[in-house]
Design a protein around this ligand. Structure first.
Ligand code: ZN
Ligand code: ZN
Length: 264
């Protein structure tokens, strides 16, 4: 029931953001109309929901059993608001580490390229994410939350808030929130992450503090000439779902073959 409510809330946020980010007064850029690759991103959306359902119904019950009683009792004594805030911070930190790993591991980068392949940024681009990445992002964060003794309801709420925040990060909204960027990620900061020249920056999803510590925070406007896409493969990366879903494996195989040929 909570899962269905979260999906309904996320879908409602998608629709509201899709309306707002097209209004001339609020938009960052004029978006193409009709939206390119709408069907492709609808399939990615469905797949993201399926992967999330798997982490909720298959992994979460297993992970919930990880709660060690002493920690669980300590966390249980905290007020709910503090539990939720702590859960969001911890989940976001794990998500940040996973995101850095997706960029710095040669193999995982092939999987994460799917997310970076979108050439236009709008809220709906959020769930253009390979299911492997989806599990990598959602399972470890929840595991850590259960290990520190967070109740299931708080874990579910923290994950839903992170997902909804992600939609705002990808939106085409022109925000004036530079004053907040020392603490939280804004659409402007995440936009830079999708511009190839600044892709190895702004890995954070909710808090920008982690990027400040790692020295990867950049605070700049995306120029009108800047394009979004996979560094070095902006025009060549497949856009259609049927090709893109298997493309990480294709690229991993090609890279392995090249390495083997080079070693001979
Ligand atoms: Zn990335
Ligand atoms: Zn993104």
């Amino acid at each position: 029931m909570v899962f269905l409510l979260s999906v309904a809330a996320l879908s409602a946020v998608y629709l509201v953001v899709a309306r707002l980010e097209r209004l001339p007064a609020l938009r960052f850029r004029a978006l193409s109309s009709p939206r390119p690759y709408l069907r492709t991103d609808l399939v990615w959306y469905g797949l993201a929901i399926a992967a999330t359902a798997m982490s909720v119904f298959v992994f979460r019950p297993q992970l919930a059993a990880l709660q060690p009683p002493p920690l669980r009792d300590a966390v249980a004594s905290l007020p709910r608001v503090l539990q939720l805030l702590l859960a969001i911070v911890v989940f976001d930190f794990v998500s940040f580490l996973v995101h850095v790993g997706l960029h710095r591991s040669d193999v995982l980068w092939n999987v994460h390229k799917v997310h970076h392949s979108t050439r236009e940024l709008d809220g709906f681009a959020t769930t253009r994410t390979h299911p492997i990445e989806n599990l990598l992002r959602f399972v470890p964060g929840q595991a850590v939350l259960f290990v520190v003794g967070m109740p299931v309801g708080i874990v579910a709420a923290a994950v839903a808030i992170a997902a909804i925040y992600g939609v705002s990060n990808h939106s085409n909204l022109r925000t004036n929130l530079a004053w907040l960027e020392g603490v939280v990620i804004t659409p402007r900061l995440h936009r830079s992450h999708h511009v190839p020249a600044t892709t190895p920056h702004n890995y954070g999803a909710i808090f920008s503090i982690w990027d400040r510590v790692l020295g990867t925070l950049v605070r700049r406007d995306t120029g009108p000439q800047d394009r979004f896409g996979v560094p070095g493969e902006v025009d060549s990366y497949p856009q259609r779902f049927a090709v893109a879903v298997g493309y990480p494996l294709v690229q991993i195989r090609q890279q392995r073959a090249r390495r083997l040929a080079g070693a001979r």
